[in-house]
Design a protein around this ligand. Structure first.
Ligand code: GKR
Ligand code: MG
Length: 433
């Protein structure tokens, strides 16, 4: 231990990092790729410092991500937690030419820059947590200060089965039941709105024929006339189909998310509809922005600190959106409370992030953080006021979820294989409609 005359600031260097994969139960939610598996994987990151302050973060937990994080960990020892540029250069160096295999097909093709961004983003959040704890200030203050005390989220509606395909899970079915038609989706929305107070609704589409999903949107609009509605078929429609749907839903949607694959496909659709198009699939890195802006392909970008390189880089994206008159929303993938806290701080400190954020939160029955900080009220979360992220790991939960990871036998997300347990001939080909 260094001499007692040293200031805490001198000790804010990384000494060790732990990455713990966990598995959390997940319902059989349907999407363009297939069906969610019974367990979703996350990794919980703990960065320790010489000062005895530990920062936490959360990332994907599939094998490809764990391999990347294992390489990235080597970049951290000795790093000053305020040296975020140093984090980027060190991670870039240790990763070399590694390009991550795409761990989910829903965020566009892999690239070296994206690979670096994923690793930097995973560790940057933990470093910001340490900075905040050392200064006694919430992460939002480190990002320029909160411009709002609460952050709005959107309900995330999914077509779903009542149970996972036979023999594939060992826990009791969730209590949401089946949602396979407009009535089922409206009932699901009703419960989400009643329970959490959400003021906007997002429907995960690309599952059924577009006509059925149009009916579901119209049913939502009739049942919740004051709630903006979004539809996201994850690029499962051709340009022609997208235009047909867009025509039917002009004026009905807040935005249409990723109707068709690729920047040029989106541009073709955008040129012939007044509906704003949003994406978390075709513009997923800074390198995608120039072409997208040139072609007018998207009007709203869904940021995601896990892919864009952390909270500061997400704010850089916000600045670019502001400059080019683009809207900014936030993407969610299955996440736990650490990422939810990070998303909330980021949104609070990003003035032009005015759309309600996506969240998978209502679908989660297991959590890794201690309860009491992130409670939905009126569809919003209050920005945590404690130092750093303002949330702490529940160590018993972490141990149990890690043990569940070791038992569950899942090492990467495979919605296609899970769907095929029920529908052996499901192709997963896209666009299918
Ligand atoms: O959870 O099935 C899902 C979603 O489809 C997710 O994987 C997407 O990444 O929510 C995401 C999206 O907006 O595309
Ligand atoms: Mg999406």
């Amino acid at each position: 231990m260094p001499g007692s005359d040293r200031r805490t600031g001198d000790l804010l260097v990384v000494t060790a990092t732990a990455v713990t994969p966990v598995a959390v139960q997940d319902p059989p939610l349907l999407n363009a790729s297939g069906c969610h598996q019974p367990y979703q994987l996350r990794s919980i990151i703990e960065v320790h410092t010489a000062a005895g302050i530990t920062g936490i973060s959360e990332a994907y937990g599939d094998d490809a991500t764990l391999a990347l994080l294992a390489v990235g960990v080597a970049a951290l020892p000795g790093l000053d937690v305020f040296d975020l540029h140093g984090l980027t250069s060190r991670v870039t160096e240790v990763l070399g030419n590694v390009v991550s295999s795409s761990f989910t097909e829903l965020i566009g093709p892999a690239s070296r820059d994206k690979t670096v961004a994923q690793v930097v983003g995973a560790f940057e959040v933990a470093l910001l947590d340490i900075q905040g704890k050392a200064l006694g200030r919430p992460v939002a203050d480190l990002l320029g200060g909160a411009v709002r005390d609460t952050v709005d989220f959107s309900a995330y509606l999914f077509y779903k089965w009542a149970e996972h395909p036979a023999g594939s899970s060992s826990f009791a079915p969730d209590d949401w039941g089946t949602a396979l038609d407009p009535d089922g989706i409206v009932a699901q929305a009703r419960r989400m709105v009643d329970t959490y107070g959400f003021g906007s609704l997002k429907l995960k589409g690309g599952v059924f024929a577009p006509e059925e999903e149009i009916e579901a949107v119209k049913a939502l609009r009739a049942a919740f006339p004051d709630h903006p509605v979004r539809l996201d078929p994850n690029a499962n429609w051709t340009v022609q189909t997208s235009l047909r749907v867009a025509k039917e839903l002009e004026g009905e949607l807040e935005y249409l998310e990723d109707p068709t694959p690729g920047i040029s496909g989106m541009a073709e659709v955008a040129a012939r509809t007044s509906l704003p198009l949003a994406t978390n699939m075709c513009v997923t890195a800074f390198a995608d922005i120039p072409e997208s802006v040139r072609l007018g392909a998207v009007q709203v970008i869904l940021s995601d600190h896990h892919f864009w390189g952390g909270l500061h880089q997400s704010q850089r994206l916000a600045g670019i959106c502001d400059t080019f008159g683009l809207g900014l929303s936030m993407h969610s993938n299955t996440h736990l409370g650490i990422s939810l806290a990070a998303m909330t701080h980021l949104a609070a400190a990003t003035p032009n992030l005015t759309y309600a954020l996506d969240t998978h939160f209502p679908w989660k029955t297991e959590e890794v953080i201690q309860p009491g900080v992130l409670n939905f009220s009126g569809g919003a979360l209050r920005v945590p006021t404690g130092p750093g992220l303002g949330v702490e790991i529940d160590r018993d939960a972490l141990a149990r979820l890690h043990e569940q990871y070791q038992r569950c036998g899942i090492h990467s997300r495979d919605d296609l294989a899970h769907m095929r347990l029920a529908q052996p001939h499901f192709t997963g080909r896209r666009p299918r409609f």
